[in-house]
Design a protein around this ligand. Structure first.
Ligand SMILES: NC(=O)c1ccc[n+]([C@@H]2O[C@H](COP(=O)([O-])OP(=O)(O)OC[C@H]3O[C@@H](n4cnc5c(N)ncnc54)[C@H](OP(=O)(O)O)[C@@H]3O)[C@@H](O)[C@H]2O)c1
Length: 290
């Protein structure tokens, strides 16, 4: 099986979209939000039919997790119905589809890494809307890759979130702000460059289905912050807090580490540890001191 000759990328200016444009080997036709809104069914069908791709990658999302609690309509419009528009249009054009989902489809109660066969139970509107997107994509287009990842950070920063966790931590530390960061939510930070590379490998397999794709290892947000500061040579006042103390509007899983079991089953290698990916990111950004 070889990589698709012509691929259409949606959400091209985002964090993952930007790294897909960097790594993708093969013809890539890119659409930014201003050029294609996946909530517009007719536009989505027209654009995909016109481009005649073999593969469509949908990175678009409404993923301000706390805001989704208040704006459930918008969350489901983009993350579920928009995902269906893309999957339908891809099917009609004879193309496969990649949909990016999240560890927030899980409740976090399992206590050990989630595999692709574990039953999702989202705690938030965002997680529910992405899970609905998974179901609609699966039902719409048999040639789908549904890829769950977590804690994305990449050079472009998440456009939908106004940056990423690493940059937020660095900015606050350099401004001398005291930092209170949750220490009871454990997941796996994942570099979008690494995820993009794995998506390319996956697309060449033709083995459709559900995949977990994260960097290796696990950490809490507070320990992640501590590692960022260690590598960047900063020593801000960092206070671990609990999710209850933070009292964010959306509930998040306490433990949403995912095992990339289906990747192994497909004969693909595991992504490197998140610490290595972070060091590379900081080096490219000019933040690394050691
Ligand atoms: N960030 C994370 O920690 C994380 C974790 C797990 C999974 N994910 C999933 O990974 C994917 C990529 O995330 P990311 O961090 O790369 O996000 P991102 O930087 O916000 O990129 C998403 C892109 O989609 C665009 N977009 C939003 N609504 C759209 C619409 N209706 N039609 C077309 N384009 C639209 C955004 O444009 P505008 O910014 O101009 O609206 C943005 O360029 C998402 O599906 C997300 O749910 C993210």
């Amino acid at each position: 099986m070889t990589a698709p000759a012509r691929t259409l990328l949606i959400g091209s200016q985002g964090q993952l979209g930007s790294d897909l444009r960097r790594v993708w080997d093969g013809e890539l036709v890119s659409f930014a939000h201003g050029q294609l809104d996946i909530c517009d069914r007719d536009q989505t069908h027209a654009v995909i039919a016109n481009a005649a791709p073999q593969l469509v990658i949908n990175t678009a999302a409404y993923h301000r997790v706390d805001d989704c609690e208040e704006n459930g309509d918008r969350a489901f419009q983009v993350n579920a119905l928009g995902a269906k528009n893309v999957a339908d249009a891809a099917r009609e054009a004879g193309a496969a589809v990649i949909f990016i989902s999240t560890d927030y489809v899980f409740s976090g109660d399992k206590g050990s890494p989630y595999t692709e066969t574990d039953i999702p139970m989202p705690l938030s509107v965002y997680g529910a809307s992405k899970l609905a997107g998974e179901h609609l994509v699966r039902q719409s287009n048999p040639r789908h890759y549904i890829v769950r990842s977590s804690g994305l950070f990449g050079l472009a920063g998440a456009s939908g979130k106004g940056g990423n966790f690493v940059e937020t931590m660095l900015r606050k530390a350099k401004a001398g702000e005291p930092l209170r960061v949750v220490d009871d939510q454990v997941s796996t930070p994942t570099l979008t460059y690494d995820l993009a590379g794995k998506l390319q490998e996956l697309a060449a397999t033709g083995r459709y289905g559900l995949y977990h794709v994260t960097n290796s290892g696990q950490t809490s947000w507070c320990q992640f912050a501590a590692k960022i500061f260690e590598l960047a040579g900063l020593q801000p006042r960092l206070t671990p807090i609990t999710s209850d103390e933070l009292a964010a509007p959306a509930a998040r899983p306490a433990y949403s580490v995912m095992e990339n079991r289906a990747l192994t089953d497909a004969g693909l290698s595991q992504p490197r540890p998140w610490e290595e990916a972070l060091a590379d990111y900081l080096r490219e950004k000019g933040h690394l001191v050691r």
